[in-house]
Write a protein that binds this ligand. Structure first.
Ligand SMILES: *Cc1c(COP(=O)(O)O)cnc(C)c1O
Length: 455
């Protein structure tokens, strides 16, 4: 499979470049040149596969020129052997809704599903290429932990994680900062997540710097993450055995819900994808009214969604504009100037596949309370936003992606219901261990210097 950038179709890339670089040199995101579309009969053949087999089937469509099917299959098996659920994910009932529990990996959020896979993909790449790679990643709380767990202790790899200082939950932070392996570096930036993401983008676009350290990115724009996430949309469709299916997806960077859109483009009969946001509702305003204008980031109890500039939205812009990279590049310029209103015909295209809703803080707490009382289930605040959005849209028959384990957000659940879930036994130690992170100013040069001093 060949890939191009959303901002220029002139140059083609193969999977290993797409995976190692994450972001194209022209600032665009990688997309495949063409997509497989499954027929109904072909889908039927996938129906009885277990999670690992299904992952192999789908990911292999995108990565065959890089890794053989057989090696991919054993890589996937190894990646998901770290999960507490035999089938990786689990579907449970929440009243009439279904919850797709994606948080049974080592760091208790859905990010593990793609990241465990990616960690082993790096190892595979390095077994064939004599290099040393430095991964730099910005996190709104969960990506960092998942990436660290996937990379820690692996040879010829360092990982630097930028998180917004004091703006993630303490459990989120501790899972990252109590890791002892020498190839892990935590940096707390005095700023918000968008600032962290900006610094990483600037480091990437300084080609001299990024090439000199073999910089690599695992942010949610990384195509390898998207394809690993597309798998669970297929999996739930087969498990629930329905004609069509809809999903409500707690959304920040638009990565997870984009994976659902990809599954739909590949022929999965998805009716609607609900983009569920917290008070940082740019995507809700965009999808409901075409108003794609960012505001100040607000801190909420669902910090992993405290994002105003959803990087993966560029891929949707590309697809709804008939895969036209010139138009996409133009629109991205407008977005950079914060002056983008989605045109009517584009908006209608988006609304064929997407609905959106936003939940404020009080609504989110109320959802946690209501579901604890009625269903005896503690929801993490991100999942609660997904449930709230489905409720507001009266979508009773839909699958809500449950993106984090509630024990990661004890303050939020204490606030809602005066109780919280305990960390699983194997993670209890993070509560008592010494933390290790460096606080730096919101300044790209300072971060570059820190990285240079460590590599
Ligand atoms: C990252 C994250 C999200 C948002 O996912 P995106 O792919 O950024 O849209 C939602 N919930 C949790 C718990 C997360 O960690």
């Amino acid at each position: 499979m060949k890939y191009i950038s959303t901002r220029s179709s002139a140059k083609e890339f193969n999977f290993s470049e797409v995976f190692i670089k994450g972001l194209s040199d022209d600032g665009g995101l990688y997309v495949p040149k063409s997509l497989k579309k499954y027929s109904t009969e072909e889908l039927l053949e996938l129906k009885n596969l277990n999670y690992n087999e299904l992952s192999t089937e789908i990911i292999n469509l995108f990565s065959a020129d890089f890794i053989s099917r057989k090696e991919l299959s054993s890589l996937i098996k190894k990646s998901y052997s770290t999960f507490r659920e035999k089938d990786v994910v689990k579907i449970s009932n929440l009243g009439e809704l279904k919850l797709l529990e994606l948080f049974h990996g080592p760091t208790l959020a859905f990010k593990d599903i793609a990241m465990q896979f990616i960690g082993n993909l790096y190892e595979y790449y390095l077994s064939k290429n004599d290099r040393k790679i430095n991964i730099i990643v910005a996190t709104s709380g969960d990506t960092g932990a998942a990436a660290i767990d996937a990379i820690k202790g692996k040879s010829n790899l360092n990982i630097f994680v930028l998180h917004p200082n004091n703006k993630i939950s303490s459990v989120q932070r501790k899972i990252m900062t109590t890791v002892e392996e020498k190839n892990v570096f935590n940096i707390a930036i005095d700023g918000n997540f968008d600032d962290c993401q900006n610094i990483v983008k600037q480091m990437f676009s300084d080609l001299e710097f990024s090439k000199s350290i073999n910089m690599s990115g695992v942010n949610s724009i990384n195509w390898a993450r998207i394809i690993a996430q597309a798998v669970y949309y297929f999996y739930s469709y087969f498990k629930l055995d329905k004609e069509t299916i809809s999903f409500s997806v707690p959304t920040g960077n638009f990565g997870d819900v984009f994976a659902g859109y990809l599954a739909k483009k590949m022929g999965l009969p998805i009716d609607k994808l609900i983009v569920a946001t917290n008070e940082n509702d740019i995507l809700h305003r965009a999808i409901s009214k075409g108003d794609y204008v960012s505001k100040e980031v607000r801190e909420t109890i669902s910090p992993s969604m405290d994002i105003q500039l959803a990087s993966n939205f560029e891929r949707l812009i590309y697809y709804i504009n008939n895969s036209d990279s010139e138009i996409t590049a133009d629109i991205m310029k407008k977005i950079k100037q914060n002056s983008y209103q989605i045109e009517k015909n584009n908006l209608e295209m988006i609304q064929k596949d997407f609905l959106s809703e936003s939940c404020n803080e009080k609504e989110t707490l109320d959802i946690i309370k209501k579901n604890y009382e009625e269903n005896n289930m503690i929801l993490d605040p991100h999942t609660a936003v997904g449930v709230g959005a489905a409720n507001k849209l009266s979508f009773n028959d839909c699958v809500v992606l449950s993106t984090a384990h509630p024990c990661k957000f004890p303050d939020a659940t204490n606030n809602a219901i005066n109780t919280h879930e305990k960390l699983p036994e194997e993670l209890q130690h993070v509560l008592y261990k010494e933390e290790n992170f460096k606080v730096l100013k919101n300044n790209t040069e300072e971060v570059k210097n820190f990285v240079k001093s460590k590599v």
